[in-house]
Design a protein around this ligand. Structure first.
Ligand SMILES: Cc1cc2nc3c(=O)[nH]c(=O)nc-3n(C[C@H](O)[C@H](O)[C@H](O)COP(=O)(O)OP(=O)(O)OC[C@H]3O[C@@H](n4cnc5c(N)ncnc54)[C@H](O)[C@@H]3O)c2cc1C
Length: 810
């Protein structure tokens, strides 16, 4: 029976998997009934139908755990609400550790879960055996138990969401493939199908593994690639029981789930096999794929050891299905930076069922309100670089990312695949100096330098890693002499034209209408006062500005600024990131070093803090900007890319006389944490305001013309702050802070650590985190919990290192 398609809808959702149906359900809950969901075949026929059904809640970060927790809560009541069975069973879960580092990770996660009250119990080997009698516990050290975890039937859950959506007025049409996304060059206008064209205000791409290619047809970048994903269903073994918890053995890349009288063993093998790289068959529908038994074999061998009863059980079903994976194992959510009103929810990385409730909720809120309901940067589609849609890159990277779900989430863990994509002009020179590069958004960046005789290679642990002392030496050199950082990965934009100043000043909270050659540190705010970007603006000329931001926010910052400037304003925004490299010289000896290389006068009267001008250096003209992210006297040198090697060689040749030391990003992070310099994405996000973040000094309320977010800040000033960013230093020099650790005040958790690093000058781990208590912040009333143990910490609203900026302005 053919169904008459509407010719217009407020929202068209492409894809009837669990994600699309959840967004439809949540839009309906918000009162959006003019919603049309189009599915090319039948609901769940892509990846959803074969999900194993695990619904776990503890993820690697607070925000992702929140989404997963909401999902579990939703599924628990969905059957009662819709009348559609979901197969949901709250059986709890156990995750086991067979080495001390894994146990530390589990305990750290259990501490993190306390921040929002998810009960996670650290349990002993004996308790694991008691809760899971089939297990061989000989090598188990302990684990965690989450009583509210469970499993469900993916098809039934999706149907229940679809039913709930229909009840709210959503129209769902199956066997209707979207053949094109329609747009007017700037925003979406609808979709095309074989039956009809449909106008739409907003389009949401939830097409699972088909999303990348469909989006690419309209220039929208959704980097994902399907991989084979496996599980095996064993014949029944004695002792199986429907109430037994789901069990995860991360160190053996496997999970175990009771499944209708049988035992399912699923795999997260370290090297996955990409699938469908040449495209996906048009008729793919409820399909399995052949896979390779050899891929699963090592996991099964370990499974026989873990559950000895399996040694005598036959295999009832060997299953392999495709699922989308992304370069950083995080989903892609939100409005695309390339096309307005084109939303994305794809790349579920094998946890789409347990994520879909939360994903549907935040996507519906995002569509409804025009902005994300909370900080979702880690999964925001705007984090992706254009090159990440490259298929060779994706193929290589996703074969690693599948396994990362169950791998130990080491602090500072680096990808091993698809490396070397973006390299600074200095790359080879820095390798010769012993650089150990890490990867950030494709950029190879020196994280630390190995002294002669030491391999530039990570040895991971939760304690002090092998680079700790080398990085400490770099840190000290910057504080005492001078360090060289390669910061070429900075994002750099030029805004120029007669209206550039007016347009940019409306976006910046600080006043950028300054004299030519001045540098202004500023935030860009949204209408709610939240910080959308954290940049420096240098006035190059009356009508021309250089904007510098972090490498990770290149796409987001560019698109944010572009969208704030109407076409009627006469200015042009250009991304010039690749045109310039950046060499930073930082430390008390930086002036002497630079002065020895240039005829320009580098003294403070001639070159004060926050000023910028072109100087001669070697054969080049470079822009020297006196600014710092490490809290020392120093200059960032913006060098045309083709002059980078020559300039670097000049600096290094002279550097020996001043004790120049090469320093990496780990040292940079340690230095900036001591000075409490904020990092966008960690310490400041779109849900934190400059007042809460202690950045009020960079807000000019009284500037002519105002700025976006001003009214919200004024309101907040009037009502008083409900949270403040605080710097912490542990009393003990031993423990290490990373992120997400709970902050205690007395018997109450009052916040969590946003970023943590060891401060080598201050002599202990330093953390920055928001404390949700108004009033006075007493210095010594806080404790920070790490892996279940609380550590006393000193708190301060002023930077603990050089609070008067005396070192910067010398
Ligand atoms: C073996 C295996 C086990 C898994 N186990 C679990 C688990 O235990 N727990 C868990 O949380 N997750 C699990 N997953 C992952 C989970 O199944 C997926 O993350 C989830 O189903 C993805 O949902 P989706 O809606 O994004 O994609 P899909 O289910 O693939 O839905 C996308 C839909 O879009 C449709 N579509 C595509 N293009 C178009 C178009 N042009 N027009 C119209 N429609 C279109 C497709 O037909 C498809 O139905 C597992 C995955 C596999 C492979």
């Amino acid at each position: 029976m053919s169904i008459e398609l509407p010719r217009k809808a407020q929202v068209v959702i492409i894809g009837g998997g669990v994600v699309g149906c959840s967004i439809a359900y949540h839009l309906a809950k918000l009162g959006w009934s003019d919603v049309l969901l189009l599915e090319r075949k039948q609901l769940t026929s892509g990846t959803t139908w074969h999900a194993a059904g695990l619904i776990g809640q503890l993820r690697a970060s607070i925000n992702m755990t929140r989404l997963a927790r909401y999902t579990a809560e939703l599924y628990r009541q969905l059957e009662a609400e819709t009348g559609q069975a979901t197969g949901y069973r709250q059986c709890g879960s156990i995750s086991i550790a067979t080495n001390t580092e894994r146990f530390e990770e589990l305990k750290r996660n259990a501490s993190m879960a306390k921040v929002f009250g998810l009960p996670v119990n650290v349990i002993s080997r004996e308790e694991i055996k008691q809760r899971y009698p089939l297990i061989n516990d000989s090598d188990i050290l302990g684990g965690v138990h989450i009583p509210s975890d469970g499993y469900g039937n993916a098809v039934d859950i999706t149907q229940a969401l679809a039913k709930g959506a229909r009840n709210g007025g959503v129209q769902i049409v199956q066997d209707c493939k979207v053949t094109a996304i329609r747009h007017d060059g700037a925003k979406v206008t609808g979709v095309s199908t074989a039956q009809a064209d449909i106008e739409a205000d907003k389009v949401v791409i939830c097409g699972g593994m088909w999303s990348r290619d469909l989006a690419a047809t309209v220039g929208v970048n959704i980097p994902l690639q399907a991989c084979e994903h496996y599980y095996v269903l064993f014949e029944s073994v004695a002792g199986l029981d429907p109430t037994m918890p789901v069990m995860r053995d991360y160190d053996a890349c496997s999970y175990y789930k009771y499944d209708a009288g049988k035992l399912m063993v699923g795999a997260f093998e370290p090297h996955a096999r990409p699938w469908g790289v040449e495209g996906i068959a048009e008729d793919f529908c409820f399909d399995e794929i052949a896979g390779s038994f050899e891929q699963m074999e090592p996991v099964l061998e370990q499974a026989m050891q873990r559950i000895p009863a399996l040694q005598h059980a036959g295999i009832q079903k060997f299953f392999c299905g495709p699922e989308s994976f992304t370069p950083d194992v995080r989903y892609h959510l939100g409005e695309s930076p390339e096309l307005k009103n084109c939303f994305v929810a794809a790349g579920m990385n094998s946890i789409g069922l347990q994520s879909a409730g939360g994903v549907g909720k935040v996507m519906a809120d995002w569509i409804h309100d025009g902005h994300p309901p909370a900080d979702l940067w880690e999964v925001d589609v705007r984090r992706n670089m254009p090159f990440q849609g490259n298929r060779k890159y994706l193929r290589e990277r996703v074969s690693e990312t599948l396994g990362l779900l169950y791998a130990t989430h080491w602090p500072f863990r680096q990808y091993e695949s698809a490396r070397g994509a973006r390299q600074s002009a200095l790359h080879d020179r820095l390798v010769a100096r012993g650089a150990c590069h890490g990867e950030a958004f494709g950029w190879e960046r020196p994280n630390w330098y190995a002294p002669k005789g030491i391999a530039p290679r990570y040895e991971y642990s939760y304690g002090r890693q092998n680079w700790f002392e080398h990085s400490a030496a770099e840190h000290r050199a910057v504080r005492e002499t001078v360090g060289l950082f390669d910061q070429s990965s900075f994002a750099k934009f030029r805004l120029e034209g007669p209206d550039a100043c007016r347009a940019l000043n409306r976006v910046c909270a600080n006043d950028i209408d300054v004299a030519t050659g001045r540098i202004v540190y500023t935030q860009w705010l949204n209408e709610r006062g939240g910080i959308e970007a954290d940049v420096t603006v240098t006035r190059l000329a009356g009508d021309c500005f250089l904007i510098v931001g972090g490498a990770e926010t290149e796409v987001r910052d560019f698109s944010w600024l572009k969208r704030q400037i109407p076409v009627t304003e006469r200015c042009v925004l250009t991304n010039v990131s690749s045109a310039m490299g950046v060499i930073s010289l930082m430390g008390p000896g930086s002036r002497e070093l630079l002065q020895s290389l240039t005829p320009a006068d580098m003294s403070t009267p001639a070159f004060p803090f926050a000023s910028s001008r072109e100087i001669e250096l070697g054969y080049a003209l470079v822009r020297a900007s006196r600014i710092t992210y490490v809290g020392e006297l120093g200059w960032e040198l913006y060098v045309p890319t083709e002059f980078m090697l020559g300039v670097y060689d000049e600096i290094v040749a002279a550097g020996d006389r001043c004790g120049l030391v090469h320093a990496g990003y780990h040292a940079l992070n340690s230095l900036r944490m001591e000075k409490a310099y904020r990092h966008w994405g960690h310490d400041i996000t779109d849900e934190d305001t400059p007042l809460e973040a202690g950045l009020g000094f960079a807000v000019r309320f009284d500037k002519k013309g105002g700025f976006i977010g001003r009214d919200a800040l004024l309101r907040q000033q009037e009502q008083g702050l409900r949270k403040r960013l605080v710097q912490f230093k542990l009393h003990s020099p031993q423990p290490l802070l990373y992120r997400n650790e709970p902050i205690w005040r007395g018997d109450t958790i009052v916040g969590s650590i946003r970023s943590g690093m060891y401060g080598h000058t201050l002599g202990a781990a330093i953390g920055l985190g928001y404390v949700d208590v108004p009033g006075e912040i007493g210095a010594d009333e806080f404790e920070i919990e790490i892996a279940g143990t609380r550590h006393a910490a000193t708190a301060s609203l002023r930077p603990m290192f050089d609070p008067t900026n005396s070192r910067i302005k010398r």
